[in-house]
Design a protein around this ligand. Structure first.
Ligand SMILES: NC(=O)c1ccc[n+]([C@@H]2O[C@H](COP(=O)([O-])OP(=O)(O)OC[C@H]3O[C@@H](n4cnc5c(N)ncnc54)[C@H](OP(=O)(O)O)[C@@H]3O)[C@@H](O)[C@H]2O)c1
Length: 236
């Protein structure tokens, strides 16, 4: 198994939810971790709490903004000098029927969930090629496979991410850069907490342990797409 000790990992949206769990799990493996989120206050809280587990740095960055992403990667270059692992996790949802959905909300979802992973992967892949390899993990969603009413923007972003991920996997695999996606169903985080109940949802720690398993799998093997779902979802 690949040893993650000392490896440098970037986790976008590592301040809360799934990203926070992945950052925590990477620190437990001895990796150095850089996280970002839009809120400076939430970022400081996350760095303070995760800082007891290992070497973690962070900087506010909106992944949907190319200039901010470039600044974030320059910051990570200065802090760590390397990128071995990128986790494109940052994501948002705005939900509503097409005729009611404001164009700015559509754009925010596409910018964050689809353009963000492109911007980050573009910069990470260039660094990984120079280093001789790496791992890019995209946190997709079962909403990237199953459309639902009011999901037009979110479905479009996650269907797009699924296609983007597989094309990028084909682009990068001969450069020793593995690309994979985990597509979860409902996860117990602050995301869509208006959906009733919590105990039936996936545990973010389970997404994190699957991510760690992917990173540690010996380099000649690649699970390129993993679907995860609650084993006993609420009955509709
Ligand atoms: N929870 C679910 O049921 C579920 C299911 C399937 C897939 N997913 C996917 O899993 C990922 C994480 O979701 P989650 O449930 O952990 O959500 P969450 O608890 O709301 O956390 C989202 C994280 O992303 C950050 N973020 C949001 N927009 C950002 C932006 N433009 N730039 C940088 N950071 C940004 C947030 O920080 P700030 O708010 O400070 O920016 C936060 O750290 C998303 O891609 C989501 O689509 C979630």
């Amino acid at each position: 198994m690949t040893d993650l000790k000392g490896q440098c990992a970037i986790v976008t949206g590592g301040t809360k939810g799934i990203g926070h769990s992945i950052a925590e799990a990477l620190l437990a493996e001895g990796a150095r971790v850089a996280i970002c989120g839009r809120s400076a206050a939430t970022l400081s809280d996350a760095i303070r709490s995760l800082g007891t587990r290992g070497r973690i740095v962070g900087r506010p960055c909106d992944v949907g903004q190319w200039e901010q992403v470039k600044e974030f990667f320059s910051f990570v270059d200065q802090e760590f000098g390397d990128v071995d692992i990128l986790v494109n996790n940052a994501g948002i949802g705005h939900f509503g029927a097409v005729d009611e959905l404001a164009p700015e909300l559509w754009r925010e979802v596409i910018d964050t969930n689809l353009s963000g992973p492109f911007y980050c992967s573009k910069l990470a892949a260039a660094r990984m090629k120079r280093r001789g390899g790496g791992f890019i993990l995209n946190i997709g969603s079962l909403a990237g496979k199953y459309p639902f009413a009011t999901g037009a923007a979110y479905n479009a972003s996650k269907f797009g991410l699924a296609g983007f991920t597989e094309a990028m996997m084909l682009d990068l695999r001969h450069s020793n850069i593995r690309v994979s996606t985990i597509m979860p169903g409902s996860v117990q985080t602050g995301f869509r907490s208006e959906i009733e109940g919590a105990e039936w949802k996936l545990d973010p720690a389970a997404i994190a342990s699957t991510a760690i398993h992917l990173f540690k799998t010996p380099g000649r093997n690649l699970a390129s797409r993993i679907e995860m779902r609650p084993s006993r979802p609420r009955r509709k």
